[in-house]
Design a protein around this ligand. Structure first.
Ligand SMILES: [Zn+2]
Length: 297
């Protein structure tokens, strides 16, 4: 998954106010796109990218003028990453702005994870420049990842929206099946799992039951947490659950959200996710395809 970047790049996101040095990485965004040097930015389908494209991110030393408004974010192993909120500064050389959709397919994994994670913090800083209560300009808090209003003391924390991935399974003898869905109105037409955001006042388990009922009209039981995953593309923290259909297995598709949904046996599951190394959805589908319900234990 996207957060699995290997033992040499363990995430340390302990908050600190550090000064950047020339060898530190700089995450720099414009209209949501990330400043990067990549093998094929802007070539072909800029929003699609190809597996195997290699990306590099600027170091502070790449800037002719040291940018202002640079704040420390986190470290991955020995590498320190800073966010640049200076819209006038620009790294020299052949850096250009790459869409996050393109970066999703790029290597190496730790720079992809750094860019995606920083993009969420970039959005949070930019969306909270002014206090929502009194309108005063917000300031960085000195000891934690918060924005504070100097006038009314309002505190704004980073935005993290919980959501669930629901793998609905059934077992009738040796006939193991899983519900896969395809969204309506999206260019990516990969089969996926039931998913959705948690509403206020709702538990994660409650979200699973509601989303499965809303999207495919099934009751579920025996919910079991699998893994979670930060999904900064949409400010989300995803929790993956296995669950079993409870009662009538007849699917009723919500066509306002989904194009289609149906039961798949393991042999019927398309192998289109076998190269998906970033998403929890992909990992869960592949796990069921390879191991069936034995892999859920
Ligand atoms: Zn205020």
């Amino acid at each position: 998954m996207i957060q699995e970047v290997g033992p040499d790049h363990v995430l340390d996101n302990h908050f600190a106010r550090l000064e950047p040095e020339g060898s530190d990485r700089v995450l720099h965004f414009r209209d949501g796109a990330c400043l990067a040097r990549a093998s094929s930015v802007g070539a072909g389908d800029a929003d699609a990218g190809d597996a195997g494209d290699v990306v590099d991110l600027p170091h502070l030393a790449d800037y002719a003028r040291a940018p202002e408004l640079v704040t420390y974010l986190f470290s991955l192993g020995e590498e320190r990453f800073f966010l640049c909120l200076d819209d006038e500064a620009h790294a020299g050389g052949d850096f250009s702005y790459a869409s996050m959709g393109w970066l999703r397919h790029a290597e190496p994994a730790h720079l992809l994870f750094a860019a995606v994670t920083a993009s969420q913090l970039d959005r949070w800083y930019r969306d909270n420049r002014f206090c929502g209560s009194c309108g005063h300009a917000m300031a960085l808090a000195p000891t934690s990842r918060e924005l504070v209003c100097p006038a009314c003391a309002r505190i704004v924390y980073p935005k993290i929206c919980p959501g669930v991935i629901c793998a609905v399974t059934s077992c009738d003898g040796d006939d193991e099946k899983i519900v896969l869905t395809r969204y309506a109105g999206r260019t990516t037409a990969l089969w996926a799992l039931v998913a959705g955001f948690t509403e206020i006042g709702e538990s994660l388990e409650g979200t699973v039951r509601r989303e499965v009922m809303e999207e495919v009209g099934l009751r579920v039981k025996n919910l079991r947490f699998y893994k979670s995953q930060p999904w900064s593309f949409t400010d989300t923290l995803l929790a993956g659950f296995w669950c079993e259909v409870d009662g009538d297995p007849a699917i009723r598709v919500d066509h306002t959200e989904l194009k289609e949904a149906r039961w798949f046996t393991r042999a019927e599951i398309p192998a289109e996710r076998s190269d998906d190394r970033v998403s929890l959805t992909g990992e869960m589908i592949e796990r069921f395809r390879a191991q069936g319900r034995a892999g859920l234990l």
